[in-house]
Design a binder for this molecule. Structure first.
Ligand SMILES: [Zn+2]
Length: 427
């Protein structure tokens, strides 16, 4: 840094100038950008204001269904917008299994979910940093939400030890040992360039004793606070995760305390881990009732079409699930008339598409008989075409949900959809 006398400062204008600096005997010629102190502060203030405005606009509530808590909204991130209710296609390892990003985009995907735990272990954050961030690395220029990997540490790691400081674990890939604090997990996601980050949280199994659930919830809240304090002003958003297992008082306490901390949005974690559907819906109803209307709500890991509908009805805006591609790889297709198990002999000479109502590439071009043949011949195209159809089906479901909310017809839409879906005429 070169300081100049106050007289010369008054004559200088911001811009690029040639500097001729004497340092002892050496004479250094350099070109430098000059910012006047006042202007520099003004620029910083403007940047802060711009970011604040961006944050304020993160979620726009466009319309609330007149007959339910279903909401139509829009989330704005540094990499563009997505409409809510949104189904986020899962790309755990920076790829949606078996599918090209151009095809996913064409199917209507506006946001993808990746997993910080998996990317931290493989290929490693430094490699993604060198590539210029996760968007460039995977060549996806739309919003990315990253899960912290808290759930994966608990479900996949060969060994784990949790303390208030963080979590020590052994990689499920190569057995290597790691220790991550909530601050590390934020740093990892910021390095990835995530648009929406999740803090490290403690998940519990189902069923779980109340005192154990309470301790995990308290730790989740403490870690959420540390994550918020560690977050830099990079333009990424940070959600708070509501835990508390199936205990209403714990969930309610957790939601209220996280709302007091003022996160950009709120996730409902630890649902769909083995408990009954009614328990899931009750917890979702309780929690959404405590969350602010002007922030997005995300039910993590949900789910099946009927779960999505029930959660939307209770005011949830965002969903993710591995179901479309996992089922696609296993030969199961979701349709408006229930699930189809494509290997079934019933489809040997069935030349209809998977779903006559579906506009996806698979349904526009291929028959059930052909898809069955691909699966029986163990051809990889079969997995690709069924995965593509399933992804399209879930994206189209949320598109139809949004349309129904816009027209205040969500309840009718849900009733008709479930009547057809549960009828299972295709399975
Ligand atoms: Zn289709």
């Amino acid at each position: 840094m070169v300081s100049l006398g106050s007289r010369s400062i008054s004559k200088i204008r911001a811009g690029t100038v040639a500097l001729n600096i004497c340092l002892g005997r050496a004479r250094i010629f350099a070109e430098a950008k000059i910012f006047l102190v006042g202007e520099n502060r003004a620029v910083r203030r403007k940047t802060r204001l711009d970011r604040t405005r961006k944050r304020e606009k993160m979620f726009t509530l466009i319309h609330q269904d007149k007959n339910s808590k279903a909401r139509l909204g829009k989330v704005t991130t540094a990499h563009g917008e997505f409409d809510t209710p949104a189904f986020m296609t899962v790309g755990t390892h920076a790829t949606v299994k078996g599918l090209m990003f151009k095809d996913i985009e064409q199917a209507g995907a506006q946001i993808i979910l990746a997993n910080a735990y998996h990317l931290f272990l493989r290929p490693g954050i430094e490699i993604i940093k060198k590539a210029g961030g996760l968007h460039k690395f995977m060549s996806w220029n739309k919003p990315i939400l990253t899960d912290s990997g808290g759930y994966q540490v608990f479900s996949l790691a060969l060994y784990r030890k949790i303390s208030d400081q963080g979590v020590e674990f052994q990689s499920h890939i190569d057995g290597s040992k790691h220790f991550l604090t909530p601050e590390d997990v934020i740093k990892i996601q910021e390095t990835l360039g995530s648009d929406i980050m999740m803090p490290l949280d403690e998940c519990v199994h189902y069923p779980c004793a109340k005192e154990e659930s309470r301790a995990a919830m308290e730790r989740t809240i403490a870690w959420a606070k540390r994550s918020k304090d560690a977050k830099q002003d990079t333009g990424s958003f940070l959600f708070g995760i509501v835990q508390g297992a199936t205990y209403e008082d714990l969930r309610s306490d957790c939601a209220k305390r996280l709302v007091d901390m003022d996160f950009d949005g709120y996730s409902i974690g630890g649902v769909s881990v083995g408990e009954s559907s009614n328990l899931i819906y009750n917890i979702i109803e309780l929690v959404t009732g405590l969350l602010p209307l002007d922030k997005p709500r995300y039910a993590m890991g949900i789910g099946y079409p009927f779960d999505i509908l029930e959660a939307v009805e209770r005011g949830v805006d965002m969903f993710d699930c591995v179901i479309p591609t996992r089922y696609g790889r296993n030969g199961t297709a979701f349709t408006n008339y229930g699930k189809i198990i494509i290997r079934n002999a019933a489809y040997t000479e069935d030349f209809r598409p998977l779903d006559a109502k579906c506009g996806c590439y698979t349904c526009q071009n291929f028959s059930r008989a052909y898809l069955r043949h691909l699966f029986n011949a163990k051809e990889m195209l079969g997995l690709v075409l069924l995965s593509l159809h399933n992804v399209y089906f879930f994206l189209d479901l949320t598109r139809q949900i949004r349309q129904a909310i816009q027209e205040d017809k969500f309840s009718q839409f849900k009733q008709i959809f479930l009547m057809n879906y549960n009828h299972q005429t295709c399975a």
